[in-house]
Design a protein around this ligand. Structure first.
Ligand SMILES: Cc1ncc(C[n+]2csc(CCOP(=O)(O)OP(=O)(O)O)c2C)c(N)n1
Ligand SMILES: [Mg+2]
Length: 579
């Protein structure tokens, strides 16, 4: 029976239509016999653009990067072999609160009903292992059937969007071409409305506490970005003239040129004025804060007793817990109820160290590298980084409208190369800069070929220091296990696309680096910088040294003579960088 509000459509077409209605314009992934029928539907309908990757792991990272800029992403993989390759990236999206829809083209329902053993299974007549695996790292999972597909597709997409978490969808290969009766209306991405009384009392309580305080402040974590609330936070901070600090995962969520911006808070790893603004506040509004070693200065963070804890869908104020409230509605209510403050004395801004004058012919050091790259940044840049000494980008003073994409909580090396494909696809008109080490790059390097194939034009800054320098600060300062093979990195664009017009540079001095930076951004630029394996920003090596204590305890190997890279006393620190 069809009425005016429904229509007949094939299940695969309906899925693609819903993805498009959710704002997704590209589908990442790798084909396989269990998803080719969906890819053919995509091709026939011309709804989404297919972005094929070299591996499902890279596709999962690409989807994560895309979702961070676009709000949501999807990837399609094949049963089990594809899905289990992607699970690292999906778990990362879960940890980092990124809404990604994983569509696993799965064995036909016919094979399950008849007990037929199929390839890409464990061959033992079990069907639910992968649903079970993904139940651990997604907010919702479903195996679509002709009878549940229409409701399950909407439930999964809406759950991903509302919770800002990944979801897992099995599309059995024999149902994509079956007709279903589907809603004619488009999918509306909307939060369930707050309970009006709860949101009003909650906003009044927050506004009251903040206006009674002498030194109110705000601490922003990455959910402020995920829930699209950065502009509201800045409006509130501006109205009440109170400082706003961010955690590392929220770097650049608050414009760093905003007058109330107070820096990156990380416990004792923070600049002094940032730490003071947060820890000496007599009423802190903390939004989404999730302390881990890397965001709490190795557990030295200490938030004031009077801390209001707001999250995407709930708020804690003293003894009260507010449910049925959404972050944006709460912030809107606080902005309306808060008094306009005009006379709060400004806090001193972060001191900016004068840039050292670099000798152009001297061998390139990490200190000179980061100082020189600081000058390369432009408003609106998208900066990506991986684990390693490239964490130094957290010490950059960013121009307006920049975005930082990193994975501090999950921290899977190689993430940033796949994520770069995703950010380039989501925002092709912005300039994208990747800062990465050789060890991280070797994990996912082949995705560079997809960027070249798709005519993307990022700038890739790769540090070639022969291995895992950040790990040498834990243990194994000179150990072979911290070495990687020597690659001719700058030649890879040519290998991956023989007719490439990419500009490649091998940099050994500051002069070489400056020359590379003067290249126009009309092509992909690959800058391989050769640096000493024992050269690293002091703050990053400190962090590794602390990490070794936390990881191995007092009986660990890190106490042996000369087994751990330690910071040189020299002033080779980037501004405030912290791993
Ligand atoms: C998937 C995964 N494997 C291993 C690690 C452990 N790990 C963290 S950083 C790192 C080394 C990074 O080396 P590189 O990218 O060369 O950076 P560098 O410190 O040398 O600049 C390793 C192996 C990880 N985080 N993720
Ligand atoms: Mg390295």
């Amino acid at each position: 029976m069809s009425d005016s509000s429904s229509q007949r459509m094939m299940i695969g077409d309906f899925l693609l239509r819903r993805l498009e209605e959710a704002g997704i314009r590209h589908l990442f992934g790798v084909p396989g016999d269990y998803n080719l029928e969906l890819l053919q539907q995509l091709d026939d309908a011309g709804r989404l653009k297919w972005v094929g990757s070299c591996s499902e792991l890279n596709a999962s990272y690409a989807a994560d990067g895309y979702a961070r800029l676009n709000g949501m992403a999807a990837l399609a993989v094949t049963n089990a072999v594809g899905a289990m390759s992607a699970i690292n990236g999906i778990a990362g999206a879960y940890a980092e609160h990124v809404p990604v829809i994983l569509i696993a083209g799965s064995i036909p329902l016919r094979s399950i009903e008849r007990g037929l053993g199929m390839h890409h299974t464990t061959g033992d007549g079990t069907w639910d292992r992968f649903l079970g695996a993904f139940a651990q790292v997604t907010a919702a999972q479903a195996r679509l059937t002709p009878s549940n597909a229409v409701t399950e597709i909407d439930r999964l997409i809406l759950t991903a969007w509302r919770e800002k978490l990944p979801v897992y969808m099995e599309l059995p290969s024999d149902i994509a071409y079956l007709d279903a009766e589907v809603p004619a209306d488009p999918l509306i991405l909307a939060e369930p409305p707050s309970d009006p009384e709860r949101v009003q009392s909650c906003a009044a309580a927050i506004a009251g506490r903040l206006s009674d305080a002498k030194a109110p402040a705000i601490l922003v974590d990455q959910d402020v970005d995920r829930y699209g609330a950065a502009a509201d936070v800045m409006e509130l901070a501006g109205k009440m003239q109170m400082p706003v600090a961010v955690t590392g995962p929220a770097k650049a969520v608050i414009d760093e040129t905003f007058p109330q911006y107070a820096g990156v808070y990380n416990g004792k790893g923070s600049p002094p004025q940032t730490r003071e603004a947060i820890e000496d506040s007599d009423c802190l509004l903390s939004i989404g804060y999730r302390p881990i070693d890397g965001t709490s200065g190795d557990f030295t963070a200490s938030l004031p007793a009077n801390t209001i804890r707001a999250r995407g869908h709930s708020v804690d104020i003293g003894d009260y817990n507010y449910q049925a409230v959404t972050l944006k509605e709460v912030l809107r209510g606080v902005i309306d109820a808060a008094p306009q403050v005009t006379n709060r004395p400004a806090r001193p801004g972060a001191a900016t160290a004068p840039a050292p004058r670099a000798d152009g012919s001297a061998k390139l050091t990490q200190a000179a590298y980061w100082e020189t790259l600081q000058g390369y940044l432009r408003p609106g840049d998208v900066l990506l980084t991986d684990n390693g000494t490239s964490y130094a980008i957290f010490g950059f003073r960013l121009p307006p409208k920049c975005t930082v994409v990193a994975s501090i909580i999950w921290g899977s090396i190689g993430y940033s190369v796949g994520a770069l494909l995703g950010t380039l696809t989501a925002a092709p008109d912005r300039r994208h800069l990747l800062f990465i080490g050789d060890g991280s790059f070797q994990e996912t390097a082949q995705e560079l070929s997809t960027m070249l194939r798709n005519d993307c034009k990022p700038v890739i800054f790769l540090i070639n220091n022969g291995g895992y320098t950040i790990e040498r600060g834990y243990v194994g300062k000179n150990a072979h296990y911290n070495d990687v093979a020597t690659w001719a990195y700058a030649e890879l664009p040519k290998v991956f696309r023989p007719d490439t017009t990419a500009r490649s540079f091998v940099v050994k001095t500051v002069g070489d680096l400056q020359n590379a930076l003067s290249a126009p951004n009309d092509q992909l630029i690959f800058v391989e910088s050769i640096m000493d394996p024992h050269d690293a920003p002091a703050a990053i090596i400190h962090s590794s040294n602390n990490g070794a204590e936390l990881d191995y305890g007092p009986r660990g190997p890190q106490h042996r003579e000369n087994i751990q890279l330690q910071p040189r006393a020299a002033a080779d620190q980037p501004a405030g960088a912290r791993a």
